[in-house]
Design a protein around this ligand. Structure first.
Ligand code: SF4
Length: 444
């Protein structure tokens, strides 16, 4: 990992901080900012080191999104507080979404945690550790991803009323980060070897409305695209209603903006979209996907769906199945509905049985597996620009511009026949393909 620019006058012995990150890429980003601040304050800081020390300060950045994620966060807190009981770690600090949402309950239930913080509590957390928030470090952070790609949070919070979603309860209202600050951050990352920026927010397409009085993700994209060294810019978490079509012009205009769009759509039946308060109809959703594909030929669209939402009938679900078959998304993920207290949907009856929720999600993923296989066959004999993420076993593993890390397809190159540097771009001719993986060889 490339050494960082965070300045550290005169090293002083302080307990090591071992940061553990759960949940989504926005949490990863927040952990990296925290680690950058701690490093700037002379702390020895590591990410998820398994070799714990008896004086370690463990900071757990939790997720409070849906049932499974909440359970994972609670298990992790219990695991480390148990280690503390055994004297194997020093302090346990909990922050992030679960702590923001359930602080009183957690304080009452798991009492040997030293302190609980919310999602917007960085300065308090730092001062509790004896560190000062250093403004001059804004935009500087310690990456936990391979340094050639970085998650890039352009806004915090969300103003949308989606009935099933607890995120606004944990992350608050939408707050756009100023363009100048983001450009400075991108320049810092590029100087430190980052080539791919993965733009994230709760609602990417709302960017600018609160700060500039207009949607101006297009302006931001042009400014980031001008940053020297940034070769790929990827968009995640777009929202369909009020979608700013002008960003597609920038995509067509700029070579270094990936023809990739992640846009959770959640459902397609009007009955469900209305109850979910998504602010869009079935027909408008279909028209939007077609318009995006017309405007940017070859665009890879990723989406996320929910099965088993209250009141979802067999007919609603059949509509979803048929739509997924017809639309042939390039990438798709599917969640089962989670009945989250204090959300609007919590006032509805959670009437779809868990096994039915799961059976429907499995059925959707089975359709998608077939579509992904067929689409991957079409890539055989094509050559793609691939970013090498790692060496794994006998393969170099990378991604095309149509693939996000951790969730999408991978390109595997036989390391016995080819050599590539992690973090570099190579051209790969695809020889064979499976449901979610491509195999190929490096060509000039
Ligand atoms: S856009 Fe909807 S689903 Fe996404 S974070 Fe906001 S409220 Fe939740």
């Amino acid at each position: 990992m490339k050494t960082k620019e965070i300045s550290r006058p005169g090293k002083i012995n302080k307990p090591r901080v071992n940061v553990v990150t759960l949940g989504c890429s926005k949490n990863t980003y927040d952990s990296e900012v925290l680690m950058g601040q701690l490093k700037g304050n002379l702390f020895d800081v590591v990410h998820e080191s398994e070799q714990v020390r008896s004086d370690d300060i463990i900071v757990i950045n939790t997720c409070g999104f849906i049932d499974n994620a909440k359970q994972e966060s609670i298990d992790t807190i219990l695991q480390y507080s148990e280690l503390k009981e055994q004297g194997k770690v020093g302090k346990v600090i909990v922050t992030g979404c679960l702590s923001e949402r359930y602080k009183p309950e957690l304080e009452a239930e798991i009492t040997n945690v030293d302190a609980y913080f919310g999602t917007n509590d960085l300065q308090n957390l730092l001062s509790t550790l004896g560190a000062n928030y250093r403004h001059e470090l804004i935009g500087e952070r310690l990456l936990t991803t391979p340094s050639h790609f970085a998650y890039f949070k352009i806004a915090e919070g969300c103003n949308r009323p989606c009935s099933f979603c607890a995120i606004p309860l944990m992350r608050g209202k939408h707050v756009t980060k100023p363009i100048e600050e983001l450009v400075k951050e991108a320049q810092y990352l590029a100087r430190n070897g980052t080539k791919e920026l993965i733009l994230i927010a709760q609602d990417l397409t709302y960017y600018g409305l609160d700060l500039y009085g207009k949607r101006n993700l297009d302006d931001l994209l042009r400014r980031l695209s001008d940053v020297n060294g940034i070769e790929w810019i990827r968009l995640q978490y777009a929202y369909p209603s009020g979608f700013p079509m002008e960003i597609l012009d920038v995509m067509n205009e700029r070579e270094n903006i990936c023809k990739y769009l992640d846009m959770p759509l959640q459902h397609i039946s009007d009955n469900m979209l209305k109850s979910m308060r998504r602010g869009i109809t079935r027909q408008k959703t279909i028209d939007l996907v077609n318009a995006i594909r017309d405007k940017v030929p070859g665009m890879a669209i990723r989406t996320t769906l929910i099965t088993g939402y209250p009141g979802e009938t067999e007919q609603d679900f059949e509509q979803m199945q048929q739509w997924v078959e017809e639309t042939r998304f390039d990438r798709l993920g599917c969640f089962t509905y989670s009945h989250e207290e204090k959300t609007h949907a919590h006032s509805l009856v959670d009437d779809v049985a868990d096994q039915v929720k799961q059976k429907r999600a499995d059925a959707i993923m089975e359709i998608q597996q077939g579509i992904s296989f067929e689409k991957n066959q079409e890539k055989i004999s094509q050559t793609y620009k691939v970013l090498i993420d790692k060496k794994d076993g006998g393969y170099f593993v990378g991604r095309t511009e149509f693939d996000s890390p951790e969730v999408d397809n991978e390109v595997l190159i036989d390391a016995g026949k080819h050599y590539a540097t992690v973090g570099s771009f190579v051209n790969v001719k695809i020889d064979s393909a499976e449901d979610f993986d491509l195999y190929g060889q490096i060509v000039k």
